[in-house]
Design a protein around this ligand. Structure first.
Ligand code: DAT
Ligand code: MG
Length: 139
């Protein structure tokens, strides 16, 4: 059975472009409840740890540099079928391929700077949520 929580980050490009409010509004309109949320910044080392699954990919260095280039908003979200529904809401990794109306179609600038992160499985949602939040920060 699909779980009811996912993990997201509003990435440094979207924060710099003033889109925190717009993105949170889309998340809210889509029926997600915020379980935990913080405005924070990743060190290059922490970004590297978060994206360790991609460390053999050619874009890994660029990805870690970008994700530590400015503040982000990290959040745990709750809804039925959260992981899959949130991936639908954000759209494809490459904004040029993201469906109209999705968060990446609206606010991403490029495949590397694509406005939001969304966990890709229940297991990763749990790992990523625990990476950013202590259980006492979840409501
Ligand atoms: P997603 O974020 O849609 O789950 P992913 O897990 O494949 O995509 O990649 C993680 C992030 O890495 C992605 O959001 C942006 C960056 N990335 C992926 N493919 C890339 C590429 N071809 N060039 C540059 N950055 C890339
Ligand atoms: Mg991914």
């Amino acid at each position: 059975m699909a779980g009811n929580k996912t993990f997201t980050m509003i990435k440094p490009d979207a924060v710099r472009n003033g889109n925190i409010g717009n993105i949170l509004a889309k998340i809210n309109e889509a029926g997600f409840r915020i379980v935990a949320m913080k405005y924070t910044k990743l060190s290059a080392e922490k970004a590297g740890e978060f994206y360790a699954v991609h460390k053999e990919r050619p874009f890994y260095g660029e990805l870690c540099e970008f994700m530590s280039s400015g503040p982000i908003v990290a959040a745990i979200l709750e809804k039925d079928n959260a992981v899959e529904d949130f991936r639908k809401l954000i759209g494809a990794t490459n904004p040029a391929e993201a469906a109209p109306g999705t968060i990446r179609a609206l606010y991403a600038t490029s495949i590397g700077e694509n406005a939001v992160h969304g966990a890709d499985s229940d297991e990763n949602a749990n790992i990523e949520g625990n990476f950013h939040f202590a259980s006492t920060e979840m409501f």
